[in-house]
Design a protein around this ligand. Structure first.
Ligand code: FES
Ligand code: FES
Length: 171
């Protein structure tokens, strides 16, 4: 894994410096070094999407990303979505019962934010496709898809601007 080194990341809009092994998983750095435990580990093999975060606006499985690859980039985790109130996508998941055990939920919500930032009014087909990297063992997906539809319906133009998760400097 090499020696620990200082790596600089922008996490949820704040620059952070961490001491980490270059090949350490971004997932572990977020959870263990930065205390951002909202990002969950399911499979640890890139199959379930529980560990989804946005890296320069792209949806990635943080269990597959060596932290060095994220150096200098903008990372958005579930903790970075809400401001004073819940993010509209979080609110929709809550109201529609889109979560049961909750392990998949942060990843589902981050994937939904990613989907709606490029497709504000997705069809059901597009919702299925947009979330096809995120697995849920509990809900049967129906309520999750309803939550995505509900979020899309309730989103204002300000919310949509907020969904542009990539900061100006890297757009
Ligand atoms: Fe990363 Fe499953 S924990 S994809
Ligand atoms: Fe349990 Fe999705 S709510 S895995």
């Amino acid at each position: 894994m090499g020696a620990r080194t200082e790596i600089r990341l922008t996490v949820n809009g704040t620059e952070r410096a961490v001491s980490a092994y270059p090949m350490e998983r971004l997932l572990d750095v977020l959870r263990n070094e930065l205390g951002l435990t909202g990002t969950k580990e399911g499979c640890g093999e890139g199959e379930c999407g529980s560990c989804s975060v946005l890296l320069n606006g792209e949806l990635v499985n943080s269990c597959l990303v060596p932290v060095l690859q994220a150096e200098g980039k903008d990372i958005r985790t579930i903790e970075g979505l809400a401001t004073e109130a819940l993010h509209p996508v979080q609110k929709a998941f809550l109201e529609c019962g889109g979560a049961q055990c909750g392990i998949c939920t942060p990843g589902m919500i981050v994937a939904t934010v990613h989907l709606l930032s490029s497709k504000p009014k997705p069809t059901m087909e597009e919702i299925r496709e947009g979330l096809n990297g995120n697995l849920c063992r509990c809900t049967g997906y129906t309520r999750i898809f309803e939550a995505v539809q509900s979020a899309a319906e309730s989103m204002t133009s300000d919310d949509l601007k907020q969904l542009s998760c990539v900061p100006e400097k890297v757009r």
